[in-house]
Design a protein around this ligand. Sequence first.
Ligand code: AMP
Ligand code: MG
Length: 349
Amino acid sequence: MNTKVVKIGQENIDQQLIEEAGAIIRAGGLVAFPTETVYGLGGDGLNRESSGKIYAAKGRPSDNPLIIHIADLSALPKIVRKIPVAAQKLAERFWPGPLTMIFEKADCVPYATTGGLETVAVRMPSNKIARALIEAAGGYIAAPSANLSGKPSPTEARYVIEDMDGRIDMIIDGGAADIGLESTIIDLTGETPVILRPGYITEEMLHNTIGSVETDKTILNGNSSQAPKAPGMKYRHYAPKGSLTIVEGQAETVTKYINEKIKRCAEDGSRTGVIATDETKESYFADCVKSVGSRQDEDAIAKHLFRILREFDDEDIQVIFAESFDDHGVGCAIMNRLLKAAGHQVIRL
Ligand code: AMP
Ligand code: MG
């Protein structure tokens, strides 16, 4: 398949290109597009065959459900059985934005989109290109992240091209994603709302809007015997090709430990990398040292993490060490993604 790549600016949207992209989706094709979280791989969310194509293009297991993206609150009632009061409050406060809510699904939502579940995940993105595309495509775009299954989510169009060229109809390049981590997912189908995936909208922010919320215990704990409630959370994710280990402890002890390990790896002939911060990047002597940003700026760390994980692949790094981050607020989402990328390999000093 020939994949058409087009550039669209958020501030000056080319409506003709948007219509072309929307027509592809309405006809059952696939278009990758930018959102404020990461790039999405979009198909018609109410068309079973389109969802099938999304799974095939990603190489994604078909029990891992997709999120339906809407552009307007008036589109919600058609695809869900009921809208709980908490959902109404969260929509008013956080939509459009990086929050996905789980509802009981209406009959028109195919099981192919929900991975066989009776529930459906819905989000209203704030990115203007995404919103224009959703409208042009008929109102309901099912979209997981636009990466091959297992790889870090793409935060720039060049990574979408790397993974999806030849597999989908069109890629819209709309620049780098603002947030860089996927949406927060909250399940509103039970008695107490449960956070299934941490993201930019933190537990505290949700709590301040709707009161009691729980966080799925499996989010930061790789050894939990409990199965994660969000089906996708059980799969290997975000992993670079090299082996990744997170090292936790006091800054100086961590640097010393990582440098000793690097020395040994270099003796074995392995290429080494470190995920450092602006504060520490000069202290390491690995082949490839990358700063995710300053520890004072969690938003920057969130924004750069996936790009940096991919860059180690570009440089054929075999052994990677990462510093650890505080797991409060946005840090909870950063550590969740980093832990998954590391397959929960953590050294605690
Ligand atoms: P992605 O778009 O790649 O970030 O993946 C979407 C994720 O949303 C899936 O991996 C699931 O973890 C989650 N999700 C989607 N639909 C549901 C649902 N009905 N119930 C629970 N989790 C869901
Ligand atoms: Mg994904």
